[in-house]
Design a protein around this ligand. Structure first.
Ligand code: UD1
Ligand code: MG
Length: 421
């Protein structure tokens, strides 16, 4: 059971204070910036409302700026012991050796640098509407500071194998450079999967808040379970970044929840994704982190036929508003006859999804050929199954799925895992 005999270090309370403060500042700032953004034409049409209002876009940018300022100000606190009267700036026996943990400072700085770079590129994307073929790589660029820090400080590139494989391969396998590839892919995955699970009010910030709270609970579970020094530090590091993130995200969500007064923009999706990836990588729990992304993984896999253009992918795949009932229905895609290998494979995917009960067909040709079906996103799937539904109801349902997935993730992490590791 849980033995609560590790008091939380003071820095955690400092971090909680920063989280609350940053949340309040964000909550106060966003409404004030709304008109400024609209006047600068950083705005978007809320297409799922009958009157299609224009509201500010990219509000994830000021949100991330408040977060970054909070993190800048927080930097000294984990090192407070080195500032007080009995400063241990030098080693007791050997005054030539400093004891200041520069690697820990480097860890925090590289994490902030990666997040800040991602925010910069995300804002560029919101302003310039960068094409997908370029912006796919943005997170890879932003992850460079992280990878350099990882290389120079841990350099650990092996993974522990499942029990079932150990007799054949050994306990550990060294992935070498492939481990760095894995980390880059993790950053790309975290950022873009949040960005494509989007299109109805409250969904980007809502899913991120649930993931952040899951990470925080996971950190606390670790800390209360007598961890060794190293994992205590790792999960402390995660808390320092996740607590203020949850604070600003909550403030943003209050404005973005149905009926939205602001849009979060791609800036926010990238900001959220890289913040998760940073704590997962530097906190050494990237596998657990991925478990909290179950709905995003599903949505990504489900989207693949459209993302990789085996099936047409319209610019926007969000649901449609039924103007009479004011409810949402799933949006659809027309399947043009296409005899290339790509088109044939795409059609096979669709038939497979149909067999699994994961596709709603709207129109068939005389030979039974699928001519129109729902767009391949989890939001449209939910609407195809349970719709038509109001927008807020749809958001709540996706949030419910996210919470259930997190509970399932904890079950895997703390119950099932003993059979594998
Ligand atoms: C991603 C999705 C796209 C989806 C879009 C919605 C993929 C490959 N891309 O594109 O299918 O339509 O997100 O965010 O899956 N909007 C609303 N209500 C909301 C949120 C957004 O109407 O609650 C509209 C607004 O017009 C807003 C626009 O979506 O301006 C933002 O779209 P953008 O973030 O630029 O789309 P992508 O991230 O490129
Ligand atoms: Mg987007």
């Amino acid at each position: 059971g849980l033995a609560i005999n590790v008091p939380l270090p003071d820095t955690v309370y400092v971090s909680i204070s920063f989280a609350i403060l940053a949340g309040v500042v964000t909550w106060k700032t966003l409404p004030r910036l709304a008109m400024t953004f609209v006047n600068a034409r950083v705005s978007g049409v809320d297409v799922l409302k009958p009157d299609r209002p224009v509201i500010p876009e990219a509000m994830g940018f000021p949100t991330a700026v408040v977060y970054l300022i909070a993190m800048f100000c927080f930097i000294p606190f984990p090192f407070i012991d080195w500032f007080d009267g009995q400063a241990r700036l030098v080693h007791e026996d050997n005054p030539m050796i400093g004891t200041f943990p520069y690697h820990k400072l480097g860890q925090i700085l590289s994490a902030i640098l990666a997040i800040q770079s991602m925010v910069l590129l995300g804002f560029a994307d919101d302003i310039l509407d960068v094409r997908w073929r370029y912006k796919v790589w943005f997170p890879a660029v932003a992850s460079i500071p992280l990878l350099i820090f990882y290389y120079t400080n841990f350099g650990v590139t092996y993974v522990v194998l499942p029990l079932q494989l150990r007799p054949y391969v050994g306990d550990l396998v060294d992935l070498g450079p492939f481990y760095y590839l894995y980390m880059v892919m993790l950053v790309i995955f975290c950022t873009h999967t949040i960005n494509i699970l989007a299109g109805i009010n409250g969904i980007e910030a809502g899913q991120s808040l649930i993931i952040a709270l899951s990470v925080i609970i996971n950190d606390l579970l670790f800390m209360f379970n007598n961890p060794d020094r190293e994992s205590l530090e790792a999960h402390l590091f995660s808390l320092y970044f996740m607590l203020p993130f949850a604070g600003v995200t909550f403030a943003l969500l209050t404005q973005n929840w149905f009926p939205a007064r602001v849009f979060v923009g791609d800036t926010y999706c990238y900001f959220a994704g890289i913040t998760f990836a940073v704590v997962g990588i530097l906190g050494h729990f990237s596998k657990t982190l991925v478990l909290f992304f179950i709905p995003q993984i599903f949505n990504f896999l489900y989207s693949c036929p459209q993302l990789f253009r085996f099936v047409d992918c319209p610019r926007h795949r969000m649901p449609r508003l039924d103007s009479e009932t004011k409810k949402l229905r799933c949006s659809t895609v027309i399947i043009k006859p296409n005899n290339s290998i790509r088109g044939k494979l795409g059609y096979l995917f669709l038939k497979f999804l149909y067999l699994l009960g994961l596709l709603k067909v709207f129109k068939r040709g005389e030979n039974g050929r699928i001519l129109e079906c729902n767009n391949l996103t989890i939001i449209n799937l939910v609407l195809a199954r349970f719709g038509p539904m109001s927008e807020v109801h749809t958001t709540r349902m996706i949030m419910g799925i996210q919470v259930l997935s997190s509970l399932f993730a904890f079950f895997i992490r703390y119950k099932l895992v003993q059979y594998v590791y």
